[in-house]
Write a protein that binds this ligand. Structure first.
Ligand code: PAZ
Length: 313
C-alpha cells in the first residue's frame, strides 16, 4: 500500500482544487469566529478512472442518500455543514424531488400573451417546507457545497477540509458517509488515451488506496469528533470490521451497515459499546428516515464529548 504522503506527492490535485480550498477556508473562518459547531458530511461514491483522458471508470452503488439526508438533519441541529459530495449525486433539499417528480408538481397555464407556471395546489404542502428550509440554509450561509468525482479528487478535498476544520477543535464533527474506493490505478500506471479493443482484452491491475483515516484522526483533526461508516455485505463481518477500525484509528464512532438493509438498520459501534438503530416498517411508511435518529444520536454524543473536553480544561 502507498503511504498517504506518497499518494499526495504522486497525484495532482483536481483543476478546481484551489477554488474549493478558498471556499472552505472562508466558510470555516466565518463559522469559527461565530463559535458555531461544524460538520463535514462526505457523501456519494468515488470513481476510479481507467485512463488519464477518462472515458471509462470503475464506480460504486452509492447514490448519496445517507449523506444528503444527514446534512439536512445536521442543519436542523444548528450545525454549519460542509457537504462534500460526488458530483451529480443526491444533494440536501433537491433530493426530495428527483427525476420527473419536480415537473409533475408543476402546472402550466397558457393564454395568448404569456405562460404562467405554478406549483399544483396539492404539491404545495410537500414543496413549501423543503423550499423554506433550503432558503434559510442558503441565506444564513449555513451550508457549503463542494464536490468530487474521482477517488484522487476526494482525497485532496478531504485533506483541505481537515486543514480548515482543525481550528474548531472539539466543535468539529467529521461524518464520513461517502463510499470511497479501496482500490485505484495510480497515475503512473494508467494509459493516457482511451483503451483500444483492437489491443485485446486489457489486464487491469488495481492498487490499494492508503487509509486516510489514519492521518485524519491522528494528525489532521486530532481533537475533532470523527465518525466513520463501515459498509459490509456479510453480516458476520460487520461488528468485527467496525471494531477493528476503531482499534486501529482510535476515532470516536463507527456506524456499521449492511448494503441491503442500510436504509432501515445501522449499528453504532463505540470503543465501549455497540447497539442497533432501526426503523420499523410503519415508521418507514410514515416517511421517517433513519438519518434523523442517526444524526440525533451523533449530536448527543458530540455534546457529551464537548462537555468532557471542557471539564478537562
Ligand atoms: O449513499 P447511500 O445512501 O446509497 O449509501 C450509504 C453508504 C452505505 C455508502 C454509507 O452508509 C456507508 O456505509 N459509507 C461507508 C462505506 C465504506 O467505505 O465502508
Amino acid at each position: 500500500m502507498t503511504h498517504w504522503e506518497d499518494f499526495y506527492n504522486t497525484h495532482l490535485p483536481p483543476a478546481d482544487f484551489e477554488d474549493n480550498r478558498s471556499l472552505l477556508k472562508e466558510f470555516c473562518e466565518r463559522h469559527n469566529k461565530l463559535q458555531n459547531r461544524i460538520v463535514l458530511v462526505t457523501s456519494g461514491g468515488t470513481t476510479v478512472p481507467l485512463e488519464h483522458n477518462t472515458v471509462r471508470f470503475v464506480d460504486n452503488f452509492s447514490a448519496g442518500t445517507r449523506g444528503s439526508a444527514s446534512a439536512e438533519y445536521f442543519l436542523d441541529h444548528d450545525y454549519a455543514v460542509i457537504f462534500m459530495h460526488r458530483h451529480k449525486s443526491l444533494e440536501p433539499f433537491t433530493r426530495h424531488f428527483t427525476g420527473q417528480q419536480f415537473f409533475d408538481m408543476l402546472d402550466i397555464a397558457d393564454n395568448s400573451q404569456s405562460s404562467t407556471i405554478a406549483i399544483k395546489p396539492d404539491s404545495v404542502d410537500v414543496f413549501a417546507p423543503v423550499l423554506a428550509k433550503y432558503k434559510i440554509a442558503r441565506e444564513t450561509q449555513m451550508i457549503l457545497y463542494v464536490n468530487f468525482t474521482s477517488v484522487v479528487d476526494y482525497m485532496w478535498l478531504l485533506r483541505a477540509a481537515c486543514e480548515c476544520l482543525a481550528a474548531f477543535e472539539e466543535r468539529a464533527v467529521l461524518y464520513l458517509a461517502a463510499a470511497v474506493s479501496d482500490f485505484y490505478i495510480p497515475e503512473d500506471m494508467m494509459p493516457t488515451h482511451k483503451m483500444q479493443s483492437g489491443d485485446g482484452a486489457p489486464t487491469i491491475s488495481l492498487q490499494l488506496v492508503p487509509k486516510m483515516l489514519a492521518p485524519l484522526a491522528s494528525l489532521w483533526v486530532p481533537h475533532a469528533f470523527v465518525v466513520s461508516f463501515k459498509l459490509e455485505t456479510d453480516e458476520n463481518l460487520l461488528i468485527v470490521k467496525a471494531r477493528d477500525s476503531l482499534n486501529k484509528y482510535k476515532h470516536k464512532l463507527v456506524i456499521a451497515n449492511v448494503l441491503q438493509t442500510r436504509k432501515h438498520r445501522v449499528v453504532f459501534v463505540t470503543p465501549t459499546d455497540s447497539y442497533e438503530l432501526h426503523l420499523s416498517r410503519e415508521q418507514a411508511l410514515q416517511g421517517l428516515e433513519i438519518e434523523e435518529p442517526i444524526v440525533a444520536d451523533v449530536v448527543q454524543k458530540h455534546s457529551d464529548f464537548i462537555s468532557s473536553a471542557q471539564q478537562r480544561q
